[in-house]
Design a protein around this ligand. Structure first.
Ligand SMILES: Nc1ncnc2c1ncn2[C@@H]1O[C@H](COP(=O)(O)OP(=O)(O)OP(=O)(O)O)[C@@H](O)[C@H]1O
Ligand SMILES: [Mg+2]
Length: 328
């Protein structure tokens, strides 16, 4: 029976294939009934009932096997559909299978997927640019308003420190130190919100400053290297690379328990590739590693048309790789 199903013309519409399967099973069962010496008495005797039930079971089993075979490509397609992740675009259902109907369905699915991916990419780009705009606004407010006020307070406190009696001077100086620290914090937060170095000095210098800053504040050794003749990536591309590096280094500090991180920016064929790897405990065994940070990185990669992979590094630890295509 199964051999027959294999010989069934594969291009036959599904409805006819199912009909053929049922017809074949019924024809074979009727043939067996006609040529076999089995009779059914009335009232039925136990032996005959057993034979009829056994025959029925065989028929049902064969039908089930053949139908499962016929539906297997559809099940595979449904599985493919179930694993699609719009944050990792480019996956497509195979359309070259032997079943014409499944191929039509897979092609329609792929077309729908392409439309959804494009829509997702545009909405990610909109979300990322709205987020950047908001960060820029907050950074400006912090720098221009809170920063100015704190600078004024610091100057006044320093002036007061010079004129107060000797006994209270240590307290006022302590106050001055606290205000200076608050001012530095405000400047640092504003810098992190809006990396001015990126606009002023370019991507390698901004990454260099970022890595140096992380190293200074956390004790993490951040080795970095940048290819000398990197092509221009455009403002959005550079920002995507910078933000992915920033989140990756923050993750190393927060989660990896690493001693060292490596940050590289290289040109690989038609792409600029950022890698951030660490020698920490890695992400294996972490039940659900997709938090807001990783998700944000995927959004940025999607918006910039880049490819992001996060996984185990070659020497243990974790490696984040962002490949951003450059226009020739
Ligand atoms: N370099 C790393 N080494 C080890 N584990 C990591 C590393 N990077 C990420 N992880 C794991 O992946 C998880 C998700 O990271 P993700 O950046 O998405 O979220 P988060 O850092 O926990 O929160 P946030 O939204 O503030 O970034 C982390 O909670 C951590 O368990
Ligand atoms: Mg994070």
């Amino acid at each position: 029976m199964i051999r027959f199903a294999r010989r069934t013309p594969r291009g036959l519409p599904l409805v006819w294939r199912i009909f053929a399967i049922n017809a074949v099973v019924l024809v074979v069962a009727s043939g067996v009934l006609l040529v076999s010496p089995v009779t059914v008495s009335s009232p039925v005797v136990a032996r005959e009932a057993v034979i009829v039930v056994a025959g029925l079971c065989v028929m049902l089993l064969v039908t089930l096997l053949l139908l499962r075979r016929a539906f297997a490509p559809l099940e595979r397609l449904a599985e493919d559909m179930g694993t699609v992740d719009l944050l990792r675009p480019g996956v497509r259902a195979p359309t070259g299978g032997p079943d014409a109907e499944v191929n039509v369905l897979a092609r329609a699915f792929n077309e729908m997927l392409a439309r959804l991916e494009e829509e997702r990419r545009l909405s990610s780009a909109r979300a990322v640019s709205a987020q950047e705009e908001e960060r820029r606004r907050v950074a400006r407010e912090l720098h221009d308003h809170v920063g100015q006020v704190l600078t004024g307070v610091l100057l006044q406190v320093q002036q007061v420190a010079r004129s107060v009696p000797e006994a209270t001077r240590p307290d006022v100086e302590e106050l001055s130190v606290a205000v200076r620290e608050a001012l530095e914090d405000v400047r640092r937060i504003a810098r992190e919100l809006r990396p001015e170095a990126l606009d002023d000095l370019g991507l390698p210098s901004a990454l260099n400053a970022l890595a140096a800053n992380v190293g200074r504040h956390t004790g993490l050794l951040v080795e970095r290297s940048f290819d000398a003749d990197l092509p221009a990536l455009g403002a959005e591309g550079e920002l995507a690379v910078y933000r992915v590096a920033q989140e990756s280094l923050t993750n190393v500090v927060r989660h990896a328990r690493a001693k060292r991180a490596d940050l590289h920016l290289t040109r690989v064929r038609d792409s600029v590739v950022l890698t951030v790897s660490d020698d920490g405990r890695g992400m294996d065994g972490i039940a659900s590693p997709a938090g807001g940070g990783l998700r944000g990185m995927h959004e940025r990669a999607l918006a910039a048309g880049a490819e992001l992979t996060v996984g185990a590094g070659s020497g243990g630890g974790t490696r984040v790789r962002l490949a951003l295509p450059v226009d020739q």
